[in-house]
Design a protein around this ligand. Structure first.
Ligand code: SF4
Length: 321
């Protein structure tokens, strides 16, 4: 059944109150404790949001700690050497994120007096900052009422309010965003956002644990799950092995471990390229250079770090922080 075929959700003050009370009470006991959630530090929140993009929570904390140890302040990140930033990021995946943080820090020093802006529009203009990261900076960093919407939040709200099984397929992003804003308890976004994120990660999971759910009696999807309907899985990521992504990871790993530039043949050997892989690796090195991850020097020698930092435009897809 599509969302449009179901009755429009009724959000009475009583229902909204029950949802907020129960989820916040659950969070106070069961919620995850992460340093950026209570720090009231916009930079710490920015780093957490960027680290969490496409990354499971178990891997976010060590990455965040490693980054904050290397670049504890926005000013420090702004003067970071690209190659050093990529080395600190290590093999955490999607290294564009490291350059996005550095690029954002540089813009903030240049245009915002050395601080992250509080205004949503100004945040969204920063490199790699999308609606999710902007909301995380505003709610954890500045204490503002901003609804942070990631896949877990979408799943919880789409089910509880709209009666969806797989909300990302059944209700539009604009409607879910309006629902998120409507439910946000004024003055308490710093607890409410992580409460929804953690609830989606641990209870209202892709295969929900409705029998253990504290909001089951006010959840519009509960009757559907109770009848045996199932959430169709979302599309899986394409295979990593043998993909361009894997080869790019190999190239960057070799360059991170190298003290200086590598000649083309040496690079091919170190990444384990067979003769038939050479053209593909060269094309990927050229792409990495265009994106600012590496520089191809004269005579074709390749070195980590590039010149395009700060112009990288990948926007966040949102993930739990
Ligand atoms: S009752 Fe089930 S579907 Fe509804 S919020 Fe709880 S766990 Fe999710």
């Amino acid at each position: 059944m599509t969302a449009s075929a179901r009755a429009a959700p009724v959000l009475t003050p009583q229902r909204v109150g029950a949802l907020r009370r129960r989820l916040l009470a659950w969070y106070d006991v069961e919620g995850g404790e992460f340093p950026w959630r209570a720090a009231r530090d916009p930079y710490a929140a920015l780093v957490a949001a960027v680290c969490s993009q496409q990354t499971q929570m178990a891997r976010v904390l060590p990455l965040w700690e490693r980054w904050m140890a290397a670049f504890p302040t926005l000013a420090g990140a702004a003067v970071a050497d690209d190659a050093n930033a990529l080395r600190v990021w290590g093999g955490a995946g999607y290294p564009r994120r490291a350059l996005s943080i550095v690029g954002t820090a540089r813009v903030c020093v240049r245009e915002h007096g050395g601080a992250l802006p509080r205004d949503e529009v100004a945040l969204l203009a920063l490199p790699g900052v999308g609606p999710f990261t902007a909301a995380i900076v505003r709610c954890f960093g500045w204490g503002d009422d901003a609804a942070a919407i990631d896949t877990n939040v979408v799943r919880v709200l789409g089910r509880v309010v709209h009666g969806d099984l797989q909300p990302a397929r059944e209700t539009s992003g604009a409607v879910l965003a309006a629902t998120a804003r409507r439910l946000l308890p004024p003055g308490d976004a710093g607890r409410w956002n992580p409460a929804l994120m953690d609830y989606g990660a641990r209870v209202c999971t892709p295969r929900p644990r409705c029998e253990a759910c504290v909001v089951a009696t006010v959840c519009a999807a509960r009757p559907r799950f109770a009848r045996g309907e199932r959430a169709e899985p979302l599309r899986r990521q394409p295979a990593y092995a043998g993909s361009d992504r894997e080869w790019r990871g190999r190239i960057l790993r070799v360059l991170r471990a190298s003290d200086g530039a590598l000649g083309g043949e040496e690079l091919l050997a170190r990444v384990g390229a067979a003769p038939g892989d050479a053209a593909r690796v060269r094309a990927l090195v050229a792409a990495l250079a265009r994106e600012g991850f590496v520089t191809v020097e004269r005579a074709g020698r390749v070195v980590l770090g590039g010149a395009a930092c700060g112009e990288l435009g990948a926007r966040d897809g949102g993930a739990a922080v």
